[in-house]
Design a protein around this ligand. Structure first.
Ligand code: N01
Length: 542
C-alpha cells in the first residue's frame, strides 16, 4: 500500500472518462495506443517520464544500445514506417532509438493522447460499473473500462539496500535513471557497482573518460563481442526490400530472431569440428554465438559446457593480467543461462592502468560512506558512484502501483509468490486489466507486438459482443502457472540455480520463480490464437 498517495474514494466528481487507459508510453504502450485508436476507442496514456520511449527514454547511460539486430528489434507493424526510417547501426544506440520512438509518436499523431510526467500511483476496479479508476501522482483521476499496464519488464530500478547509500557526498546515478545532460567523468574517481549487461556496455566508455574507474564485481558474466557497425546503404536498401520476410522469419523462429540453431548436438561432432564451429560463430556479430549455436546448448549442460569453456578461454586471451582474467571468467554458471551481454572492448578495459577490478564475492560491500565504498577488506574514495545493479524485473513495475481488483484484492499480494496470470496477459480477479509488457523472453519487440495485437482483438471482441468485462478463471490461471513452471524447468536459461532477474533471484527476499514464459514464440502465439479462436473460453465474460 502506497501511503504517500492514499486512494481517493470512487465517484469523485472531477473524473475524466475514457474507453481505455494505458500506463506507459514505451515500445508496447505506443503501439497499443495506435491499435486501440484504430478500434475507435478513446484512450489516455499516462507516462511517468517527460518523454516517450520507455526503456529507451530512461536508459541513457553511455554505451546503451540494442543487444539485438536492429532490423529485427524495430517495429514491424507499419510498412510505411519501415520504408521511411534509415537505421544507422546494426545494434542501434539509445539516442537513435529514442529519436525513432519520438518519430513514431509524431508520425501517428500519438502525442495528443499521451500525458507525460504523470506517474500512476493506484488503479481500483469498480465492480458495479466494470471499470477502472486510475489515480495519477498529481491527484488527477481518470476512469476507463479497460486498463493496460504497458509498463515494461525492466523499468523498476533496483538499488541494493547498502547502509549509507544516502550519505554519499559525491554524485551517484542508477543506470536506468541517467541524466539527460552529459555526465563529465574527466579526471574523476568513478565506481561502477555491478557487471551485468548494462555495466558491460558502460564500463569501456567510462574507462576512457574517467580519471580512474573501480569496478565492483560479484559475479563474472560471459560477455560476447557485439561487433557493431554502421549500416551500409546497400544493406539498408536490402532491409527495406525484405522487411516482410525478415519479420516473418522472426515470428517463426523459437526466440523471435532471424537466427537459426544448428540442428546438430554439440556432442555429436568431433572436438575439432566443434571448435571450428565455435571459432566461426565467434567472428559473427550479435547473438549468433548464442542463437546460431548447436541447439542443445540451451537444454543440455554437458553440451553447453563445451561452449562455456570456449568462451572462458577467449576471456583469458584478452585480459593481460592472469589474476584479473581469472576473476572475469565465470565459473558458477553456464553460457546463456542468463541473457549473454554483448560487449565492445569490455575485457580490454581491464588492461588499462586507470581501471581496477574489485572482487566483492569474497569481500562484499559493507556500506556506502560519505566519501565512497567500504568493503569487508578496504575503503575506497570516489567522486561518482554508478549503480548498474539492475531491476526488480517483470513483477516490480506492476506491484509498485497499488492495483486493486475484485473485492479490493491487492495485485501486489496476489503476486507475492511470483507472477500469477493466464497467458501472461490477465490475472484472475482483475477484470479488464491487461498486462501489456512482453511476457516471453528474448525478442521483446516481437513478443510485445503479438501481445498488443491480442489485447486489441480481445477488447474488440468484448465490445462487439456487448460484454462489460473479461477475466480469466482461477482454474485457467492455475493451469497456466503450472504449465509455465514446467516449460521453464526444461531450459537452462531459467534455471533457478542461477540467480538472475528471470527467476527473481537478483532481489533479496523476492520469490524465486520463473518470471516469464519460456516456451518458443510460435508455441506462445498458437496458445494466444487458440484462446481467441475458441471465443476466450478460459475467460469469464460478463
Ligand atoms: O542488470 P543485471 P542489468 N552487491 O541484473 C550486481 C537488459 N539489458 O541492468 O550478478 C553487489 O543483469 C549484480 O551482481 P550478481 C537485458 O535483458 C538490455 O545489467 O547478482 N552487486 C550484477 O552484476 C539484461 O539482462 C540491454 O552477483 C550487486 C548487476 O548488479 C537486463 O537488462 C542492455 C548487488 C546487475 O545486473 C538487466 O541487465 C542492458 C549487490 N547487492 C541491459 N545487487 C540491451 O542491449 C546487484 N548487483 C537491449
Amino acid at each position: 500500500m502506497n501511503n504517500k498517495h492514499p486512494i481517493k474514494p470512487l465517484n469523485a466528481t472531477d473524473v475524466e472518462e475514457y474507453d481505455a487507459i494505458i500506463i506507459g508510453a514505451g515500445v508496447s504502450g505506443l503501439y497499443q495506443l495506435y491499435k486501440l485508436r484504430e478500434l475507435g476507442l478513446s484512450v489516455r496514456v499516462f507516462e511517468d517520464a517527460q518523454g516517450v520511449g520507455g526503456t529507451w527514454y530512461w536508459n541513457r547511460y553511455p554505451g546503451c544500445r540494442f543487444d539485438s539486430e536492429t532490423e529485427t528489434y524495430c517495429y514491424s507493424w507499419s510498412e510505411e514506417l519501415l520504408q521511411e526510417w534509415d537505421w544507422k547501426e546494426h545494434y542501434s544506440g539509445q539516442p537513435e532509438n529514442e529519436r525513432y520512438l519520438n518519430y513514431v509518436a509524431d508520425k501517428f499523431n500519438l502525442r495528443e493522447d499521451i500525458q507525460l510526467d504523470s506517474r500512476v500511483t493506484s488503479a481500483v476496479y469498480d465492480e458495479s460499473a466494470s471499470c477502472w479508476e486510475v489515480q495519477v501522482e498529481n491527484g488527477q483521476l481518470a476512469r476507463a473500462q479497460f486498463l493496460i499496464g504497458a509498463v515494461g519488464v525492466l523499468s523498476a530500478k533496483y538499488v541494493p539496500a547498502f547502509p549509507g547509500v544516502e550519505s554519499f557526498g559525491g554524485e551517484s546515478f542508477h543506470t536506468s535513471n541517467w541524466p539527460k545532460e552529459e555526465v563529465d567523468f574527466s579526471g574523476k574517481r568513478v565506481a561502477c557497482i555491478g557487471t551485468g549487461a548494462t555495466a558491460i556496455q558502460l564500463i569501456p566508455i567510462v574507462a576512457e573518460q574517467a580519471g580512474h574507474l573501480t569496478v565492483f564485481q560479484r559475479t563474472a558474466n560471459y560477455a560476447a563481442p557485439c561487433r557493431n557497425s554502421e549500416v551500409d546503404p546497400e544493406v539498408q536498401a536490402h532491409w527495406k526490400e525484405t522487411y516482410p520476410a525478415i519479420h516473418k522469419k522472426c515470428r517463426q523462429t523459437p526466440l523471435g530472431f532471424a537466427h537459426d540453431f544448428d540442428p546438430r548436438s554439440a556432442l555429436e561432432v568431433s572436438e575439432e569440428e566443434r571448435l571450428a564451429v565455435y571459432e566461426k560463430l565467434w567472428t559473427r556479430p550479435g547473438f549468433a554465438k548464442w542463437l546460431g549455436n548447436f541447439h542443445d546448448i540451451f537444454t543440455n549442460a554437458e553440451a553447453n559446457e563445451t561452449f562455456s569453456e570456449f568462451v572462458r578461454n577467449k576471456i583469458r586471451q584478452r585480459v593481460h593480467d592472469p589474476e584479473v582474467a581469472e576473476l572475469l571468467v565465470p565459473k558458477d554458471h553456464l553460457f546463456g543461462s542468463k541473457r549473454p551481454p554483448l560487449e565492445t572492448h569490455y575485457y580490454e578495459a581491464f588492461n588499462r592502468d586507470n581501471v581496477k577490478l574489485v572482487d566483492i564475492r569474497n569481500s562484499p560491500i559493507q556500506s556506502i560512506t560519505a566519501t565512497g565504498v567500504k568493503t569487508q577488506e578496504a575503503e575506497y574514495d570516489f567522486d561518482v558512484i554508478i549503480y548498474a545493479t539492475g531491476f526488480d524485473a517483470v513483477s516490480g513495475p506492476l506491484t509498485r502501483i497499488d492495483i486493486r481488483g475484485e473485492k479490493g484484492q491487492s495485485f501486489k499480494e496476489k503476486w507475492a509468490d511470483g507472477p500469477r496470470n493466464y497467458l501472461g496477459i490477465q490475472a484472475a480477479g482483475f477484470p479488464n486489466f491487461f498486462i501489456g509488457a512482453s511476457s516471453a523472453f528474448i525478442n521483446y519487440t516481437v513478443c510485445a507486438e503479438m501481445m498488443v495485437e491480442w489485447i486489441t482483438d480481445c477488447i474488440g471482441y468484448v465490445r462487439r459482443n456487448n460484454f462489460s468485462s473479461i477475466v480469466p478463471s482461477l482454474k485457467a490461471e492455475q493451469k497456466w502457472v503450472d504449465h509455465k513452471e514446467e516449460i521453464g524447468s526444461q531450459t537452462l536459461l531459467f534455471s533457478t540455480n542461477t540467480k538472475n532477474w528471470f527467476n527473481g533471484g537478483n532481489i533479496p527476499g523476492k520469490a524465486q520463480v520463473i518470471q516469464m514464459y519460456a516456451n518458443t514464440l510460435p508455441e506462445y502465439r498458437k496458445e494466444f490464437n487458440e484462446s481467441a479462436a475458441n471465443d476466450y473460453k478460459e475467460f469469464v465474460l460478463r
